[in-house]
Design a protein around this ligand. Structure first.
Ligand SMILES: [Ca+2]
Length: 471
């Protein structure tokens, strides 16, 4: 990357020379963990109150077909940092994944870390003259208890100047101060890389917001990219006491959503977003700060939330596993209250952030980026978007229901191929959003067309496959 900057500088290009600092656009990507598609007021929840998320949607653009790149955490996070599909990075399961000797298929030798060879979005932004900070959950290191093995893969060594609370763990020990679980100490502690100066009793989501906002104030007028990956609303289900108390009397029989702790966790994230918007306004930078709000996989069906009308949830092959609330606010660009129905997916944020900010990134890395910049959609939600399909590839098992599968969405059609027995399922989401009517047998031509397209894509990204165990 350093060589690239030098080479570009020598060519006399001005792309890496900041324009007047005040004119550059800041970007905040807020990634909410395990956030189900219905888990906000503006996405149809009958319990969760999210006035700040709803206001962001009213000021910006809501995506009704927003997708995560995977049905579990780590792959989507690697995609956020690279713009590449999990099928290409080979980070295809949550780290370290499930290993069950009785499963029918052997999972491939997949990549259990975000490899250092990639130019992460943070590295690209930093080379482009931006401050960079990571706040919250990372979950992209090797699973290890050896700090020498972990250290190179922490956010502070993957392009982020500042890392607040990002480490090897996919969930906090506790949302309640001091955030520990059991007697974990040293490198095993889930509070590795947490700040030292935390006020006693501070709820985790609020503590992360404190530090995110402190950093933004500290940067003042200088351009920044912040990746704020909340630990919420992943388990353990622990809401802030005052919010839980408020929610309990609001839960009535027959409601779709009925867990007061989970509702409180969603609202704490919403409050953090509200504090963020207030801070940007107080700093005088709200009109040049883009906020991208999305999730890393579907909601934890049954235990945390309910994703219906979507089928199933986190860890499944179906829509509930990957469709997530998505809102983007680009002041002065996204038409207020606009709704975009075009399918968008985690791969897209990398090129979108580069285009919004005018940062060029690394040409070699960019050549392998799978995503499409969303800028044309952000200007006009009805724009013809140059993409005919998006894809998922998960050669693993998950208690959420998944066995090794891959899937394609092409316009209204979604096809899922299951590798244990190689059967395919075909759904038309336009009139069957719940994936209840498998049309593979009644429409074999469409099933074959999409299966062929899926296989061709798997070849282009070099996807790894689960294999049949020898009998
Ligand atoms: Ca997750």
């Amino acid at each position: 990357m350093k060589r690239l900057i030098f080479a570009v500088a020598m060519m006399g290009l001005c792309v890496l020379v900041p324009t007047a600092r005040a004119e550059r656009t800041n970007v905040i990507v807020m990634l909410v963990d395990d956030w189900g598609w219905r888990d906000a007021g503006c996405f149809g929840s009958d319990l969760y109150e999210t006035p700040n998320i709803d206001r962001l949607a009213a000021r910006g653009m809501k995506f009704t077909n927003g997708y995560a790149a995977c049905t579990v955490c780590s792959p989507t996070r690697a995609t956020m940092m690279t713009g590449m599909y999990p099928g290409r990075t080979h980070v295809t399961d949550w780290i370290p994944g499930h290993v069950k000797p009785k499963d029918d298929m052997q999972v491939p030798d997949w990549t259990q870390r975000l490899e250092l060879k990639h130019t992460t979005l943070a590295e690209a932004m930093r080379a482009g003259g931006y401050h960079t900070a990571h706040v919250g959950k990372w979950h992209l290191t090797p699973r290890s208890y050896d700090s020498a093995e972990l250290e190179p893969y922490y956010p502070q060594n993957q392009g982020f100047e500042i890392n607040i609370a990002g480490n090897q763990w996919g969930a906090p020990g506790s949302y309640y101060y001091p955030y520990r679980r059991g007697k974990q100490t040293g490198i095993k502690s889930r509070t590795v890389n947490f700040p030292a100066d935390i006020p006693e009793g501070r709820y985790l989501t609020d503590m992360l917001a404190d530090h995110a906002l402190r950093i933004i104030k500290q940067w003042g007028d200088e351009p920044f990219f912040m990746y704020w990956a909340t630990y919420a609303v992943h388990t353990p289900l622990q809401g802030r006491a005052d919010l839980v108390k408020e929610y309990k009397p609001k839960i009535k029989p027959g409601m779709q959503h009925n867990n007061a702790d989970y509702a409180a966790m969603v609202t704490a994230v919403d409050e953090a977003l509200g504090r963020l918007v207030d801070t940007l306004e107080a700093q005088g930078i709200a009109d040049r700060t883009v906020i991208i709000l999305t999730g890393d996989n579907g909601g934890l069906q049954g235990r945390s939330t309910d994703n219906s009308p979507l089928r199933a949830g986190k860890g499944s092959a179906y829509e509930g596993g990957v469709r997530v609330p998505t809102v983007i606010f680009w002041p002065g660009v996204t038409p207020p209250g606009s709704v975009c129905d075009e399918p968008v997916i985690t791969t897209d944020y990398y090129p979108t952030v580069l285009e919004i900010t005018g940062v060029t990134g690394n040409a070699q890395h960019n050549a392998s980026v799978d995503g499409h910049s969303l800028v044309p959609l952000l200007k006009n939600p009805d724009a013809q978007f140059d993409r005919d399909a998006i894809y998922w590839h998960y050669p693993h098992y998950h208690p959420g229901g998944a066995s090794p599968y891959a899937a394609i969405r092409a316009r209204d059609w979604r096809l899922v191929e299951f590798y244990e027995d190689n059967h395919v399922e075909l759904y038309n989401l336009a009139d069957d959003i719940g994936e209840k009517h498998n049309l593979a047998k009644s429409n074999p031509a469409k099933a074959k067309q999409l299966t062929d397209k899926l296989h061709a894509w798997q070849k282009t990204v070099g996807a790894q496959f689960a294999t049949k165990k020898s009998q």
